[in-house]
Design a protein around this ligand. Sequence first.
Ligand SMILES: Cc1cc2nc3c(=O)[nH]c(=O)nc-3n(C[C@H](O)[C@H](O)[C@H](O)COP(=O)(O)O)c2cc1C
Length: 229
Amino acid sequence: MTDRKTPPRVLVIYFSLSGQSRGLINLLAHGMRSAGVTVSVERLLPLQKLTFPFNGITQTLWRMITTFFRQRVPISEPSPRCFDAYDLIVLAGPTWSYNPSGPVLYLIDRYGKQLFCGQAVLPLISCRGYYRRHNRILGRKLKRCGARLEQSLIFSHPVKEPWSTIGVFLKSAGYQPQHVILLKNHYPHYGHTTEQLRQIKKEGTKIGLRLQNPAASLVSCADKKQAAV
Ligand SMILES: Cc1cc2nc3c(=O)[nH]c(=O)nc-3n(C[C@H](O)[C@H](O)[C@H](O)COP(=O)(O)O)c2cc1C
């Protein structure tokens, strides 16, 4: 039951190279919609085509190095609706060499203040398991933009090390680690599991119900818009 006149509005901004973050946000949005939330989804589009997998081992190593140094990946301008006020913005994407991905870094550098100032922002991270630095950097940058940071949602590939690192590297280089004889017992599958997808859908419903409760969202969209002017 809700005593709001209009449904809560959520914007999900995401980048996904190999489809893992996309899978997560789709189900998160599904969960939120099932709780009566209006969800808009914005995909970040790099200006230069980025393909996955990369073209072999050398290219993959090169990507690991450039992403370690947080190389920005220019993107198209976000659509005008992204600059509206929302009850919540979810910013989702993968970890790249312990950092936020290049398109997300570019988005924050270029449009961060306009997009996030005065807004509640929930980071959603898809990774193989090493996300701490990414999460810290993202939180710091978002706060500098004036965002009200919510607790991040982190989803790691549920495979033990060192197999996860080997598997992600081979997958990125264009191999099928789950079919390599010496690996397949340790690396059954690239990415998130069905169970994790179920979990994020539930998380979406929970967030939706929380947004429906006016006591939980202290500042309304209209207030935020006024504050941002
Ligand atoms: C260039 C590159 C670097 C990566 N670096 C990390 C890393 O430092 N830590 C980690 O946990 N996962 C790392 N990963 C794995 C991705 O974060 C993971 O596969 C994620 O689920 C991909 O999400 P996406 O399909 O939405 O792009 C890396 C992947 C790539 C392609």
